[in-house]
Each structure stands twice: as structure tokens, then as C-alpha cells.
Ligand binder design. Structure first.
Ligand SMILES: *[C@@H]1O[C@H](CO)[C@@H](O)[C@H](O)[C@H]1NC(C)=O
Ligand SMILES: *[C@@H]1O[C@H](CO)[C@@H](O)[C@H](O)[C@H]1NC(C)=O
Ligand SMILES: *[C@@H]1O[C@H](CO)[C@@H](O)[C@H](O)[C@H]1NC(C)=O
Ligand SMILES: *[C@@H]1O[C@H](CO)[C@@H](O)[C@H](O)[C@H]1NC(C)=O
Ligand SMILES: *[C@@H]1O[C@H](CO)[C@@H](O)[C@H](O)[C@H]1NC(C)=O
Ligand SMILES: *[C@@H]1O[C@H](CO)[C@@H](O)[C@H](O)[C@H]1NC(C)=O
Ligand SMILES: *[C@@H]1O[C@H](CO)[C@@H](O)[C@H](O)[C@H]1NC(C)=O
Ligand SMILES: *[C@@H]1O[C@H](CO)[C@@H](O)[C@H](O)[C@H]1NC(C)=O
Ligand SMILES: *[C@@H]1O[C@H](CO)[C@@H](O)[C@H](O)[C@H]1NC(C)=O
Ligand SMILES: *[C@@H]1O[C@H](CO)[C@@H](O)[C@H](O)[C@H]1NC(C)=O
Length: 861
């Protein structure tokens, strides 16, 4: 019912917009064709060579998934049997190989952000890439920079890194490099403006009783898009990411995978992205429209997951033959996919797919959707290598010490240790007891949704703390993991030398509802009734140490004030080595060096960026206006003069650090100029027949029911398409200029990977001396912030950071650089970046609010 209408979604949205005065996304056509710039050159040439040998149907096969649950991976494209080219395997998730066994459960993205450690981000990316490669995966569906984290309760924030675009961008880039070094393709997602779970897909929202027909629209102005949400994606492109995933939501009332402004203009023209864009699962809404708007791959291939109909496949073949989609556009899709394939060396690294997403049994159906072909589907290949050590290290390196009144580190020889709270122990149903981790039982080490994988084991805090104390052979240790057992908690807390109290807060993806939370968190207080455990413990024990697991900030103001709470640590979502990582820090083997990658406000309201929890536009698309602009997280707190409980970038250590001797030196560079010139003409690779009988299903094929193929079952295209609207006049739905393959002007802000190359010129060198002024070895994260100086600019914005290790008394001269992008603003009028005349200041310190060093940035010549 929806399908025919959606075929013309691009035009319909425009009509609604002018009629109702809603935010509107301006068209940008034609879709830019790849050109093999920079480090893509060799891969591009090989891709052109490969695609030039393909028939039309074979090209279509590369672009279209075979359908939901029709093959082994969560998404698989068609194959090219004639050339021995198997379908590409696309698999979740950003923290490990989803839906299988003998894989590692890595710490979540938010923990990587808390490490502020580029090296660890790279190593995690590489380890995850190795595991995906070992299972036969071609594309790992991560990392995430959308959601960025506009609101602290956004359900999937933890899959990504931080609401700060520079921190996210740097770690995103390292993750991508690591993954692709391991020989698999990374996928930067979800592009763009995907900041809440509520209403991200109309059918899902209908399932929760919301009567809406269209997905939520994130209405974002051009300046905010460039200075905030697009920023980390530009870093992903510069890191050479192979693919992008467009998102479920709309941007200015045009769907993420139909939006020519975000895909054609921003991603492909301005950022000069050379890889391919795939749809999120179910985010593909129109056949011709989305192809022209810049989509390159339809996932999982069917229009509605499992319905056997497709916007592409058969329809894409027909649309090229009937002249609606120019052949060069299909060629470009295929070249982009194959260039990405060659760029990461898939031709050298690929191993057979040896697992199955739909069962962990050894035997299962080859085509699970239709229960066809019972075969061995799972070889149970153990791909974990020695990644446990890295996972433990990232876990301990991401533990943020928020408060410490001398209580930490512990010795393990405490006379009586009480471990209190459900979050310390194992879940009754086991660590994988709930599908896609869709519950909050026992200790929390992963959020829920498709951004998860199965634990191979989960070391609980209870287990690790017990081991620690037993190994010292001194104290007594008892755990109460039933939060309802107030008597036991009271009894143990009142006897304890130290009480370790565990609390958590969970969130996840919108298709699972946990305790009334439809992905997004309803509040930012703790779960499992844990606030009562804290109350009982602190009333009875004056040495209560709080351990917070979770997806982001929780209300911690009262705890911070409470004198009986002698220490607070945030351990995030640490993955399989949770308990081990924790005891390394609690018992002082690892000196905490993490910094909170988000702001801890006193409550949800203090962030000023509420999620939309009720539809606000009748049955039409709910509208979320990003009126706060770039002022999210600490930028908002600074602007509103709101004191956070813990500011962005804050984190304590068992030692102390001093900052001195800030030094700023301009680096001579050529002045910035707009990119100019013209692209080449769109290349057409090969020819094709316009006789529909050349595209009929081969006679000998054993057709799998509901499977997506590139072929036609009739020489009458209308019948073969089965689209009731087939044959609408093209001017009714093909946007102006969309089929034009002639040379196009290069955008002023374009011209290189991640945008105008001049943006990445280094224009200042900045150094400062950091000294370990305490008594133990420790890590510090020097942070560089800039004030751009204008009345509409945030007070400060993070621009550079590093994590360094210093021995007691050791001094280190930290040197970093600022690029032109770092000191620029976006000018919507000229559609380019510029350096404003406002006086600019550079700051260096240990958090967004502890900036002891500052100096003016001299004007650039
Ligand atoms: C959304 O609309 C705003 C306001 O007109 C405009 O600045 C921005 O470029 C638009 N963004 C997209 C993606 O259409
Ligand atoms: C398309 O892919 C399917 C699934 O792998 C395969 O059966 C079919 O032969 C392919 N078609 C062409 C034209 O290669
Ligand atoms: C072609 O697309 C239309 C929607 O635009 C859909 O109704 C039809 O089922 C598709 N055809 C095939 C063969 O999947
Ligand atoms: C061309 O084919 C596409 C895909 O089936 C269809 O949506 C469109 O209506 C056709 N256009 C014409 C002019 O026949
Ligand atoms: C998770 O906890 C809920 C609520 O206590 C319970 O109903 C459910 O059975 C538990 N599930 C598992 C797998 O432990
Ligand atoms: C916040 O949500 C959690 C999870 O649904 C719930 O356990 C808790 O009671 C809620 N907090 C308040 C104050 O309602
Ligand atoms: C702190 O703990 C002691 C027990 O050691 C208790 O007597 C006191 O009331 C507690 N204070 C608070 C503020 O809960
Ligand atoms: C904490 O309570 C213990 C006895 O329960 C007492 O010996 C100790 O002095 C108290 N510490 C503080 C800081 O009040
Ligand atoms: C494509 O071109 C080649 C070489 O000119 C020719 O042999 C072939 O018949 C053409 N194929 C089609 C489908 O037009
Ligand atoms: C041809 O395909 C269309 C669309 O999938 C379907 O509705 C129709 O039944 C098929 N016809 C035949 C003869 O298989």
C-alpha cells in the first residue's frame, strides 16, 4: 500500500513542505560519479576494469541484497557466478560479529571515547576486523557517528563515541583504519541526523501504538550540519572508509536514503566520498528516486523485510532498460562497491562465510526465511585470537574516576568487603539470555539492539572482586545481588569495611522495548531499583564506593555530595572482560586515566535538548527542529551557564598533573581558496540490450521463493515490475538534472577527501608542558580547546587531544597542531568554510572546564 506512493516520495515531500511550511531539503542532482581520487586510484581502476566486463543484470546483482534471511549474513548481495564472484556478506555490529559464536564481545564505542586513546581505537578496530574477516564477513556495519548524542537519553548513543564531533571523528577514523587494515570494509553510519529512536520508522512506531505514517524528520540548518553532525563523517571519509549507511529518519522531510542534499551534495560532491552508500535495513523507500539521490546498495534487498518485493533487483534492471535511470548511474554504483572491495584487499583476504546469523546450531537452512536446503551452516570457527587482553585493557583504560576521597585504590586486604547490587552479578538467564541483549538483568556490559554481539563469557564484577580478595587471603567478602533484599543489604553494609555498590542504566535500539523504554531512555536515573540500594548502603556504611555501568550520564549530583560515598567510577559498557577491567583499577594495578566523553548534568532538563516522545504533526512525520544549533552537551552547559555535576573531559587519577608553558606558533601556508573546475563526464562502462527478452529468468534456474533476483518474469516491463504506477511520465518523478552525465562544477568546499584540501592544512603548532606532580605513574589526556570568538560560537570547542603516560616527576612537552578547519565556521551563503575576524583563543588543560593555559591565536596572514 505504501510502496506505490513512496515511488514518488521525493516529489511528495516537496509538495507537503510547501503546503505546510515544513522544513525542506533542496534537490541536488545529478548524483556525483566516483573518480578514483587520491588513495582510491588503484582500487578504482581495478573496479572499472571489473565492472566493464559485467552484464546489466550482473551489475544490478552487486547493488541489491538477496532478501532478509535468505543467506547467512544479515545482508548479502547477489553474486556473479559467471566470474566466480560470491555475494558480499554484510554483518553487524560496531562492537563485534553479531549473531554468532566464538567471537569477542568488545567494549562499546562510548568506552573507546572514554579512553581518549587513538591507539586503542585503532587496535580495537583491527581486532574486530580480524574477527569479521575470520568469519567470512566482507563489510562490518560500523563504526557509528550518528547518533552523535544530541540528547543524553538517545537510545543508541553508546554505539557511537561522544557528542563532541572532534573526539568522535578522531576515534571513528582510527577505528576505520584498524578495521580496514584487517582486510574488511568498514561502514560509517547512520547518515545523518539519526538522534532518536522514537519514530525513526513509522511501522515500528505503529507497533508501539503511535498513529503515524512517516518517520521523524530531523530539521537541521546547514551551519549546524557542517559544524557538528557532518564533522566526524568527514573524518571517516578522510580515513578512507569503504561504505556509508543512510539512516531511517528524514532530514528536512526527505528520507535519509532518498535525500539528494545529504547524499549527492554533502557526502559525494563536497566530501568527495568514493565508496558506496547502502540503505539501513528497511530504510530504502523508492526505486528510481533513491538511485538518483545517491543510494548505491539496497539492504537487505527487499522492500519490506521478507516480502520478496524489491525497489531494485528486477525494478532496477527495468529502470535502466526503460531509460529512467541512466546506465552511468548503475555503473557508478557497481564501481563504488568494487572499488571499496579492492581498496581493503578483499580479493586477497576473503575466506568462505562459515557462520549463520539465524542459528548457532551446526545445521540449519541455507535460506532460513523460506526454510529451504538444510545443510551445515555453522563451522564454529573461533576467531577470538588473544583479543581478551586488549578488551581488558580498553575496559580498564575507559574507567572514569569521578570522585575519590582517598578510598581508592583498595588493597584487597580490607577486612570486610560487601558487593551490593544486581549489576555486580550474573543474569539468571545467562549473559546472552535475552535476544540482542534486550533486557537489563545482572551486570550490564552491552546495550541492546543490532549493535551487539553474543558474549563468549562475561566476567562479572562479583566474580573478579571475589578472586581478588581470595588471592590476598585476608578479608571476608559477600555479595547481595538481589536489589529487593533490603535487610541483607543493610546487614552487610553496616558490617563492611568497604561497600562496593553497583548501579546501571541501559538503552538500545527502537525495535526492542525494555521496561517501557522504546530504545531511548525515559529518564536518566538508574535501573533495577538500584537507587534504593545506594540509599540503604550509604545510610549504613561510611565507605561506600559506587560503580556505574551504563550507556551515558545518570543523575549523580546527590551521590557526589554524599560524604559516605567515598569514590565513584563510571565503567560504561566494558564487554566480556567487565569484572577484570574493573578490579585492575579498583585495586590499583591500573591507574585510571579515562575522561568522561559526555557531560553529567544534574537532570535531563539541564541538557536543553529533549527528545520528541510524542508525535507532533498529526499522522504525518513528527518534526524535530534542532533549534539549539551546535549547542549540545558541554557547549549548551557553557552557554546556559549551567554547572554540570561532572564536566565533559573530566576524570581523576591516582596521581596529579600540572600544566605549564603554552606555546603557539603559526605555520605558514597558502591562503584558502574555493575549489574550482569541472569533473569529467560520467563514464559508461559497456553497453546493454534494450530488448526485455534478454533479461528474462534463465530457464534452468531453481528459483528460491521470495528471493531477490535481477531478472524479469515477463517481457512486458509493467507486468514484470508489478508496480501499479509503472510507466508514470518520467517528468513526474525524475528530478531536473538527475540524468545529466555531463561534467559538473566542483563545489567550493569540495575537491578532496573530506572536503576542500585547504581545510586540512595545519595552520598552528601548539605545545604545552605536562608534569606528573604526584607519586605514581599515570595517564593524562591533555585537551586543547579553541574559542572561535564570535557571538554565535560556543565558549570553547575541543580541537585536539592525546593520551600520554608519565612517571612521577616526569615532564613532557605535548605538541599538537590545528588545521584550518579547526578555526573555521561554515558560511551558508558562500557554501564554504571561512575564518572569521573575531579574536580567537587557544586553551589547554585537563577538561572542558579546567583550562589553566590560554593564549591568543595570532591572525593568519
Ligand atoms: C534544511 O533546511 C535548512 C533551512 O532551510 C537548510 O539550511 C539546510 O541546508 C537543509 N538541510 C538539508 C539536509 O536539506
Ligand atoms: C544474482 O545473484 C543470485 C544470488 O547469488 C544468483 O543466483 C544469480 O545467478 C545472479 N545473477 C546473475 C545475473 O549473475
Ligand atoms: C517494483 O517496485 C514496486 C514499488 O515501486 C513494487 O510494488 C514491486 O513489487 C516491485 N517489483 C518487484 C518485482 O519486486
Ligand atoms: C521504468 O521502470 C521503473 C522500474 O520498474 C518504473 O518505476 C518506471 O515507472 C518506469 N518508467 C517508465 C517511463 O516506463
Ligand atoms: C530478566 O529479568 C526479567 C525481570 O526480572 C525477567 O522477567 C526475565 O525472565 C529475565 N530474563 C532473563 C533471560 O534473565
Ligand atoms: C527510570 O527508568 C528505569 C528503567 O525503566 C526505571 O527502572 C526507573 O524506575 C525510572 N526512574 C524513575 C525515577 O522513574
Ligand atoms: C554515614 O554512615 C554512617 C555509618 O557509618 C551513618 O551512621 C550515617 O548516618 C551515614 N550518613 C549519611 C549521610 O547517610
Ligand atoms: C566510619 O565508620 C567507622 C565505624 O563504622 C568509624 O570507625 C570511622 O571513623 C568512620 N569514618 C568516618 C570518616 O566517619
Ligand atoms: C556490446 O558491444 C559489443 C562490442 O561492440 C557487441 O559485440 C555486443 O553485441 C554489444 N552488446 C549488446 C547487448 O548490445
Ligand atoms: C511475475 O512477478 C510478479 C512480481 O513478483 C508476480 O506478481 C507475478 O505473479 C509473477 N508472474 C509469474 C508468471 O511468475
Amino acid at each position: 500500500m505504501r510502496l506505490g506512493w513512496l515511488e514518488v516520495a521525493g516529489v511528495a515531500a516537496a509538495t507537503v513542505a510547501s503546503a505546510k511550511d515544513l522544513a525542506y531539503s533542496p534537490p541536488f542532482y545529478p548524483s556525483p560519479w566516483s573518480n578514483g581520487q587520491g588513495e582510491w586510484a588503484e582500487a578504482y581502476n581495478r573496479a572499472v576494469q571489473f565492472v566493464s566486463q559485467l552484464t546489466l543484470a550482473e551489475k544490478v546483482n552487486l547493488t541489491t541484497g538477496t532478501g532478509w534471511m535468505q543467506e547467512h549474513c544479515v545482508g548479502e548481495t547477489g553474486s556473479i557466478p559467471r566470474l566466480g564472484f560470491r555475494g558480499l556478506c554484510l554483518q553487524d555490529s560496531p562492537l563485534g560479529v553479531r549473531d554468532t559464536d566464538y567471537v569477542s564481545a568488545f567494549p562499546a564505542g562510548v568506552n573507546v571515547a572514554a579512553t581518549w586513546d587513538k591507539k586503542l581505537a585503532y587496535l580495537r578496530g583491527e581486532a574486530m576486523g580480524q574477527e569479521h574477516n575470520g568469519k567470512g564477513v566482507d563489510v562490518q556495519l560500523g563504526p557509528v557517528a550518528g547518533p552523535l548524542g544530541r540528547s543524553p537519553n538517545g537510545g543508541r548513543n553508546w554505539e557511537g563515541f561522544s557528542p563532541d564531533p572532534v573526539l568522535t571523528g578522531a576515534l571513528m577514523a582510527e577505528t576505520i583504519k584498524g578495521m580496514q587494515e584487517a582486510g574488511i570494509m568498514a561502514c560509517a553510519k547512520h547518515f545523518i541526523g539519526y538522534e532518536q529512536e522514537h519514530f525513526r520508522q513509522a511501522p515500528e512506531a505503529q507497533g508501539y501504538g503511535f498513529d503515524i505514517d512517516e518517520s521523524v524528520s530531523s530539521n537541521i540548518d546547514d551551519k549546524t550540519l557542517h559544524e557538528l553532525y557532518l564533522w566526524p563523517f568527514a573524518d571517516a571519509v578522510r580515513a578512507g572508509v569503504a561504505s556509508f549507511m543512510c539512516s531511517y529518519n528524514q532530514i528536512n522531510n526527505s528520507y535519509g536514503c532518498s535525500n539528494s542534499y545529504t547524499l549527492n551534495k554533502l557526502l559525494k560532491a563536497e566530501l568527495d566520498f568514493q565508496g558506496f552508500v547502502m540503505s539501513d535495513w528497511g530504510a530504502h523507500h523508492s526505486g528510481v528516486g533513491d538511485a538518483l539521490a545517491g543510494l548505491d546498495m539496497s539492504m537487505p534487498g527487499d522492500a519490506v523485510m521478507g516480502n520478496g518485493q524489491t525497489f531494485w533487483g528486477t525494478n532496477l534492471t527495468i529502470a535502466v532498460v526503460n531509460g529512467t535511470i541512466p546506465e552511468w548511474r548503475l555503473d557508478d554504483m557497481a564501481v563504488r562497491i568494487m572499488a571499496a572491495y579492492y581498496k581493503v584487499g578483499r580479493d586477497r583476504h576473503q575466506v568462505p562465510i562459515n557462520f549463520d546469523s539465524w542459528t548457532t546450531d551446526e545445521y540449519g537452512y541455507e535460506h532460513a526465511l523460506v526454510g529451504q536446503n538444510y545443510v551445515k551452516v555453522n563451522e564454529k570457527v573461533d576467531v577470538r585470537g588473544n583479543h581478551a587482553a586488549l578488551i581488558r585493557q580498553i575496559g580498564s583504560s575507559s574507567i572514569v574516576l569521578l570522585k575519590n576521597e582517598g578510598a581508592l585504590p583498595l588493597t584487597g586486604c580490607e577486612k570486610f568487603t560487601a558487593i551490593l547490587g544486581e549489576d555486580a552479578g550474573s543474569a539468571q538467564g545467562g549473559a546472552n539470555g535475552c535476544s540482542d541483549r534486550g533486557c537489563d538483568n545482572g551486570t550490564l556490559a552491552m546495550g541492546w539492539g543490532s549493535g551487539t554481539d553474543n558474549f563468549p563469557y562475561l566476567v562479572t564484577p562479583e566474580q573478579a572482586i571475589q578472586n581478588e580478595i581470595l588471592s590476598k587471603g585476608k578479608g571476608e567478602v559477600f555479595a547481595v545481588t538481589d536489589n529487593g533484599n533490603v535487610d541483607a543489604i543493610e546487614q552487610y553494609a553496616s558490617q563492611a569495611t568497604v561497600s562496593l555498590v553497583f548501579v546501571n542504566a541501559d538503552s538500545g535500539e527502537g525495535y526492542i522495548n525494555v521496561d517501557g523504554n522504546m530504545g531511548d531512555r525515559n529518564n536518566i536515573t538508574v535501573w533495577q531499583g538500584a537507587d534504593q540500594v545506594v540509599k540503604t548502603a550509604t545510610a549504613n556504611c561510611n565507605n561506600t564506593i559506587l560503580v556505574i555501568h551504563g550507556v551515558g550520564a545518570v543523575e549523580a549530583g546527590e551521590w557526589n555530595e554524599n560524604p559516605n560515598i567515598t569514590a565513584i567510577v563510571w565503567a560504561g559498557l566494558p564487554g566480556q572482560e567487565s569484572g577484570n577491567s574493573l578490579v585492575d583499577v579498583l585495586y590499583g594495578r591500573v591507574n585510571p586515566g579515562a575522561k568522561t566523553p559526555f557531560t553529567w548534568g544534574k537532570d535531563l532538563d539541564s541538557y536543553g535538548t529533549p527528545l520528541l516522545m510524542e508525535p507532533n504533526n498529526g499522522k504525518a512525520a513528527p518534526q524535530v527542529d534542532f533549534t539549539e544549533g551546535v549547542f549540545i552537551d558541554y557547549r549548551h552547559f557553557d552557554k546556559a551557564n549551567e554547572t554540570p555535576v561532572y564536566e565533559f573531559g573530566f576524570g581523576l587519577s591516582y596521581t596529579t598533573f600540572g600544566y605549564s608553558s603554552l606555546y603557539v606558533q603559526p605555520i605558514p601556508t597558502a591562503p584558502y581558496g574555493p575549489a574550482s573546475g569541472q569533473t569529467k563526464e560520467a563514464p559508461s562502462l559497456g553497453n546493454y540490450s534494450t530488448d526485455y527478452s534478454d533479461y528474462l529468468y534463465p530457464d534452468n534456474i531453481d528459483k528460491i521463493p521470495l528471493y531477490i533476483y535481477p531478472w524479469l518474469n515477463s517481457t512486458d516491463p509493467k507486468k514484470a515490475s508489478a508496480d501499479p504506477h509503472y510507466g508514470l511520465k518520467t517528468e513526474d518523478y525524475v528530478p531536473e538534472g538527475a540524468t545529466d552525465g555531463s561534467p559538473q562544477s566542483i563545489l567550493p568546499a569540495g575537491g578532496g577527501p573530506g572536503g576542500n584540501p585547504g581545510l586540512y592544512d595545519e595552520v598552528y603548532r601548539v605545545s604545552a608542558i605536562i608534569t606528573n606532580t604526584g607519586k605514581v605513574l599515570g595517564d593524562e589526556v591533555p585537551q586543547l580547546y579553541v574559542s572561535l570568538g564570535g557571538p554565535d560560537d560556543p565558549k570553547v570547542v575541543l580541537r585536539s587531544f592525546d593520551r600520554i603516560t608519565l612517571a612521577p616527576g616526569q615532564q613532557f612537552q605535548w605538541t599538537t597542531t590545528l588545521t584550518r578547519r579547526d578555526i573555521s565556521n561554515w558560511d551558508p551563503a558562500s557554501q564554504n568554510w571561512f575564518v572569521s575576524d573575531y579574536p580567537k583563543t587557544v586553551y589547554v588543560g585537563s577538561s572542558s572546564r579546567k583550562l589553566p593555559l590560554q593564549a591568543p591565536l595570532p591572525k593568519l596572514p
